[in-house]
Design a protein around this ligand. Structure first.
Ligand code: AMP
Length: 304
């Protein structure tokens, strides 16, 4: 079936209804567009889990703060269409903001606790925007599965939690982070980097890898693990917004004076010039930074 592009909620809802009415299962991959191989790996994985896949391309204004990059966020509808066609996507949804938010809208989906730390601390309201748009997309599409990337680990946990708490009939799959050959996580925001900044950005995977190696050698002191990342960022003159060890499920931070358990989320946000990049690994779960999207296996979880 050929790719169909919808820009209104009503057209998209009808197209999704028609797919489900024909007995096909529907998978959703929500994105903000400017698609790269990381996004396409999620699409490929969704296609293995559902007979038809819908991709949303929507730069969601409610998840951007007043001084963030909403207006300059990269957009490439023609390129996105081409990639989606090549990867067998059935439906694309690229609405204007007015389709998703009425001018007098007054509803937010708020996930408490999980959103207090990490990116939530520096981006107040960000996860309310994320939780709200994801809930709206689920309401329009009615997907049986949806795929999210572990690159945005806190977002993944927020979505899993809202699906569980609101009893939504959708199964959430998590896909591993897809990386460049030198380990940098693919991100639409990498397009902002100059060549020199792109080189310096290699400190991010280098730091994560150093922490993974020292964890593998038995290091459990939170401060030492954290500092292996902070030191690498510092040497490359990247400004660390946070480098945090946390419980991989509750996202509760591990005290710096304490020790991590058998697994720990090591997550960071760093600024290079005006570009903010995030990355993470789960120590004790991941033993290497996978650089290949080929054969990377996603993990399914109903409500973890
Ligand atoms: P975005 O367009 O940045 O909102 O991302 C859309 C989806 O793609 C989210 O579930 C992200 O976690 C996921 N994603 C973005 N970059 C990567 C990556 N490098 N590897 C895996 N998933 C990713």
């Amino acid at each position: 079936m050929s790719l169909e592009l919808c820009s209104t909620v009503s057209d998209f809802r009808d197209a999704c209804d028609a797919i489900r009415a024909s007995g096909r299962s529907l998978g959703l991959v929500p994105t903000m567009g400017a698609l790269h191989s990381g996004h396409m790996a999620l699409v490929d994985y969704a296609r293995q889990q559902a007979s038809s896949v819908a991709v949303s391309l929507f730069v969601n204004p409610t998840q951007f703060g007043p001084n963030e990059d909403l207006s300059r966020y990269p957009r490439d509808l023609a390129g996105d269409l081409e990639k989606c066609e090549a990867h067998g996507v059935s439906l694309i949804f690229a609405p204007p903001a007015s389709e998703m938010y009425a001018s007098d809208e007054s509803t937010r989906v708020v996930v408490r606790g999980l959103t207090d730390g990490l990116c939530g601390a520096a981006r107040p309201g960000h996860f309310d925007g994320v939780a709200t748009i994801v809930t709206k997309l689920f309401a329009v599409v009615g997907p049986s599965i949806a795929v999210f990337g572990r690159k945005d680990y806190q977002q993944l946990k927020v979505v899993q939690r809202l699906v569980r708490d609101l009893l939504l009939p959708v199964r959430i799959f998590a896909h591993p982070t897809v990386r460049e050959a030198d380990g940098l996580a693919l991100s639409s925001r990498n397009a902002y980097l100059t060549q020199e900044q792109r080189q310096r950005a290699r400190a991010i995977p280098r730091g994560l890898l150093r922490a993974m190696h020292s964890f593998a050698r038995g290091e459990r002191r939170a401060v030492v693990l954290r500092d292996s990342v902070r030191d690498e960022l510092g040497h490359a003159h990247l400004e660390a917004e946070y480098v945090t060890l946390a419980d991989p499920e509750s996202l509760a931070p591990v005290e710096l004076g304490g020790a991590v358990g058998s697994t720990a989320l090591l997550a960071l946000a760093a600024r290079i010039g005006s570009t903010r990049l995030i990355d993470n690994v789960v120590l004790g779960e991941e033993t290497a930074l996978s650089v290949s999207e080929e054969g990377s296996k996603a993990e399914g979880s109903e409500h973890a």
